[in-house]
Design a protein around this ligand. Structure first.
Ligand code: ADP
Length: 462
């Protein structure tokens, strides 16, 4: 079952945070505990040394006497701190014993320490141990001291509370981080999933055929914003194609209806005997049928080029020669329209599909002738520019407006529809040009001013 981005992202962030906080807590806890343990062990050793030292101080060498009152004070204070001491004089007889002084207190103190350590530091396997230390002053042996304590070290109530507080802080930090992570994860995933859900909604509308739907709200995420723009562009393109398709149906109906109606009424009149089937009338029918045939051929050619179901038959040839041949085909029309025609250039050898390039030049030149007035000028220039052979066809004809110039290479696009009814084109010629030139890895550019003329440049790799 697929999961939503929102739940997946929130869950992933929560898992990462739980894992990180746990890891940090465990590691810090272990490090702090081990450092603390070392510190306490050192402190234990120092404390015992201090005790031995202060007991030794209570012996007066001159008078060969112990200060028993101070020994009592030191012993009791050590007892409160968890050290049970027993002091022997040099004759090995007991001078002072904490257990004799206050047995109950000794049991209580050791009992409490044992309980605390077993509850918190069971792993240490600590136990009550006893050690003997020789007492001496100015090099003279003055007795021994036996110390009983919980080893290797023990913690006081304060120490244990400090460790508990640390653990508590880690738990609190963990919970707070988790709450923050879940909250941020929720916001983050909402920021991502909201525009995606939006996109799904819009694309569903587009899929249903409501092509006018677009994204208007901009997301702050770069990739999603790019995706939105791409979907908008795709919708633009689909809408344009759809409009072209509708326009094509209308155009085709119109283009076919006029000649077909005319042919059928002519023929009907001749069949019913209303008209004599004169040569002139039959020729007019033939012309109309020819127009339909040309249109169908153009469509077929475009379908061929656009479906890519043809292979380029490339060979080396002189482009200048080819342009000359195309121009020769239009000689009659050029003369008929009294156009001033000029061809400038020299040999340019290219490797391309000759027939297709012939078609390209034919389509552009035929447009130039179609869309020029009588006595206008057409110049064809052929030259090399960087790694391209450039064929420039310039006319001083009627030109194309700036809004329309960007569309003329689209299928079935005809600038200024009304004027084209007369010229008879179906808006396919330049679409064929573009497809062929691009199949040769070339490009075609147009520059035009309405009322002044146009310039078409075809770039083909040398
Ligand atoms: P058509 O069959 O209508 O000529 P094309 O695809 O060859 O179709 O051209 C598309 C449109 O571009 C034409 O309808 C025309 O309006 C415009 N056009 C093309 N060439 C020229 C030109 N040399 N001068 C002015 N308009 C042009």
């Amino acid at each position: 079952m697929s999961q939503s981005i929102k739940s997946k992202l929130s869950m992933s962030i929560a898992i990462i945070v739980i894992f990180t906080v746990l890891l940090i807590s465990i590691l810090s806890n272990l490090t702090i505990k081990s450092q603390f343990t070392k510190y306490k062990e050192k402190q234990q050793v120092m404390k015992i040394e201090e005790l031995v030292d202060s007991i030794e101080h209570q012996y007066d060498v001159k008078e060969n006497k112990w200060n028993e009152e101070s020994i009592y004070n030191i012993g009791m204070s050590a007892l409160h701190e968890g050290y049970i001491i027993k002091i022997y004089n040099k004759n090995n007889s007991i001078l002072w014993d904490a257990e004799v002084a206050n047995m109950q207190l000794c049991n209580e103190v050791i009992g409490e320490i044992c309980k605390l350590m077993e509850n918190n530091f069971q792993v240490l396997n600590g136990e009550v141990m006893s050690k003997k230390y020789e007492l001496s002053k100015f090099g003279n042996d003055i007795g021994t001291m036996e110390i009983k304590y919980y080893g290797p070290f023990f913690l006081s109530q304060n120490d244990s509370e400090f460790i508990k507080a640390l653990n508590y802080i880690f738990v609190v930090i963990g919970i707070i981080s988790l709450i923050i992570a879940v909250f941020i994860g929720h916001l983050l995933s909402r920021n991502i999933s909201k525009p995606i859900l939006n996109m799904i909604g819009v694309t569903k509308h587009i899929a249903k055929g409501d092509y006018e739907y677009r994204f208007d709200k901009d997301t702050k995420l770069k990739e999603l914003s790019e995706l939105q723009n791409s979907i908008n562009l795709m919708a633009d393109s689909i809408e344009k194609q759809e409009n072209l398709r509708k326009q094509l149906t209308a155009d085709m109906a119109h283009e076919l209806r006029t000649p077909l109606t005319s042919v059928s009424t002519h023929l009907e009149a001749m069949i019913t005997g209303l008209w004599e089937p004169s040569e002139e009338r039959l020729e007019s029918c033939y012309e109309e049928l020819n127009r339909i045939t040309t249109l169908v051929k153009d469509l077929e050619r475009l379908a061929n080029v656009e479906n890519g179901c043809y292979k380029l038959q490339k060979s080396h040839f002189d482009m200048f020669e080819l342009v000359k041949r195309v121009s020769a085909n239009f000689e009659y029309k050029i003369k008929e329209k009294k156009i001033q025609f000029e061809l400038i250039g020299e040999e340019v050898i290219i490797k391309a599909d000759q027939d297709r390039i012939f078609q390209v030049v034919t389509n552009i030149l035929s447009n130039a002738i179609k869309y020029t007035r009588e006595e206008d000028k057409i110049i064809i220039k052929l030259y090399k520019e960087f790694q391209y052979a450039v064929c420039e066809i310039v006319d001083t004809g009627i030109g194309i407006s700036q809004e329309e110039v960007n569309h003329i290479f689209e299928r079935f696009y005809r600038a200024d529809k009304s004027r084209n009814r007369k010229t008879g084109g179906a808006g396919i010629g330049l679409a064929i040009v573009k497809s062929i030139v691009e199949a040769h890895n070339g490009k075609v550019e147009v520059d035009s001013v309405l009322g002044e003329g146009s310039s078409f440049k075809v770039y083909l790799p040398l």
